[in-house]
Ligand binder design. Sequence first.
Ligand SMILES: [Zn+2]
Length: 305
Amino acid sequence: MNRAFRFCFVTLSCMLVTLLWGRSAVGQEKIDVLLITGQSSKYHNWQVQSTAFERILKDAGLFEVKTLTPPASGEDMSGFDPVWSDFDAVLLDYEGDDWPDATKKSFEEYMKQGGGLVVVHATNNAFPQWQAFLEMTGLGGWGGRTEEWGPKVRWRDGKTVLDMSSGTAVHPSRHDFPVVSRAPDHPIMKGLPSMWMHANDELYSQLRGPANDLTVLATASAVTSMRNGTGENEPILMTIQYGKGRVFHTTLAHVGPNQTEPVDSLQCVGFITTLQRGTEWAATGTVTQKVPEDFPTAVHTSLRQ
Ligand SMILES: [Zn+2]
């Protein structure tokens, strides 16, 4: 009886170790992404956004996504202290209360040492007083940004131009607009068409910031006859090098406070594909994903149901 019990115990222990080891081995094959959400300004809807971002990343089949919601606005943030090093990349879908200084410092260190960061739409307006965050995001909007915050970034005559002229962030009303690739050899952009129609989104314009070590991947433009159209090629997709860290910054994917899914900008296969590829690149420095067959063309949007 005693021997039988011991046999059972050893067998069960072996099975448990195998199970745990197996799970961890499977986990290691995936890219671990921390999605931080939970607060947005009155102009956006973090619940809809974060649900879609999590689904989009999981659909790629490459990522293990953990969603983290810090304390709500006005609540005690002092215990918010993620273990950044557990993750290959952090997807920030957040515009809200400040983080504790120690948390900011540990995130800066994570990035300097080679971490990955993905910034989507209004997240580039977050933390206007956090200088390192401004460096990581490269460009941002609103909050009274003047020339002192840094240049606007334009694409003129086939190259990136830093523009110190005045002007703060604006965007035309939501509409379909063409996105033009400006870095066809970059891993995120390789294989994508030179132009595609993005669906019904805000075209962030006149963003300003330090713009250090920033690479423009794609631009879009709204004619000046359109309200808030600048006539400039505005950076829409970009990367920023921060220490050894990689940042993928997309200004796309507006979701209004009262919008519910389906949301065109989130369904756009151009957005989905660049978010999946940009997140893989931020995490690993490479992109292994193929361009999907339903990618939009230069004249037609493509929405995935
Ligand atoms: Zn917006």
